[in-house]
Design a protein around this ligand. Structure first.
Ligand code: NAD
Length: 261
């Protein structure tokens, strides 16, 4: 039986681990052909070998790396149907401890990286949209792009920018008659290496107790658990597939009810 993403060509950034890896696995299971772009070559290569994907070195903040990605996709796959901008950096410390270099580093990956990816791959996505089924850009923001959290100003601000960039691109492409949909996903707490690191900071600043922080985090969530990468992957499969053909400019919150309270 054909998968929900049968033969679609997908580029996923930051897919060596965590949420991106979960999305890559789920999309491969639905018949997609995956290209993973990550700075972690070893992790990306191992996942690619396991799911039959291609791994390419990509620092999303580098215009040259994005051009190399575009050349590779055009040369080896001949088209691009879905772009998942997932790579991101988290930084947990009070605003007074953010250096300007910290701020710029977070913005360069979380915001510039998505701008560069969309700009560099737009022509291929536009061509794919002419096939009768629209191309899809999926940007991974966060619930921190919707509501504030203490001691992560650069991260929260970057994720707010991702939310708005997604809506602006959705409207720009629609206005120009391009069949490229663009949506953002807003994960809540999802157990990945990034969250493990953030939780250390939350323990330090007293947001969660040092004793059993994971149970405390689960208890803050109405569905009373910490999410897993598969929870986000299910939303990404939907937004990438033709099932969401009338969906653009939305913010898909997948957080167990966290921001609904
Ligand atoms: N885990 C959560 O609870 C959570 C919640 C909300 C949003 N998010 C967002 O989901 C996305 C994935 O998060 P995660 O938890 O899986 O993180 P993670 O740190 O576990 O994985 C991030 C991946 O991005 C890669 N990466 C980092 N910088 C890169 C760069 N410059 N170029 C290319 N790749 C780069 C890393 O090598 C890694 O493979 C991020 O955008 C994050 O902000 C995560």
């Amino acid at each position: 039986m054909a998968g929900r993403l049968q033969d679609k060509v997908v580029c996923i950034t930051g897919a060596a681990q965590g949420i991106g890896a979960g999305i890559a696995e789920a999309m491969a299971q639905e018949g997609a052909r995956i290209i993973i772009g990550d700075v972690n070559d070893e992790g990306a290569g191992a996942l690619a070998a396991r799911i039959g994907a291609t791994a390419l070195h990509l620092d999303v903040s580098s215009p040259e790396d994005w051009q190399a990605m575009a050349d590779h996709v055009a040369g080896h796959f001949g088209k691009l149907d879905i772009l998942v901008n997932n790579a991101g950096l988290e930084l947990v410390k009070p605003m007074q401890d953010h250096s300007l270099a910290d701020w710029r580093k977070v913005m360069s990956v979380n915001v510039d990286g998505i701008f560069l990816g969309c700009k560099t791959l737009e022509a291929m996505l536009r061509e794919s949209g002419k096939s009768g089924s629209s191309a899809s850009v999926i940007n991974i923001s966060s619930i921190a792009g919707i509501v504030g959290y203490p001691d992560q100003l650069a991260y929260n601000t970057s994720k707010g920018a991702v939310r708005h960039m997604s809506k602006s691109l959705a409207i720009e492409w629609a206005a120009h008659g391009d069949a490229i949909r663009c949506n953002s996903i807003h994960p809540g707490c999802i157990r990945t290496p990034m969250l493990e690191m953030a939780v250390e900071g939350w323990v330090e600043n007293g947001s969660v107790p040092a004793y059993d922080p994971w149970t405390a985090i689960a208890a803050l969530c109405p569905l009373n658990r910490v999410g897993m990468p598969e929870d986000i992957a299910m939303g990404a499969v939907y937004l990438g597939s033709d099932e969401s053909r009338f969906v653009t400019g939305i913010e898909l919150v997948i957080d167990g009810g966290w921001v609904a309270r």
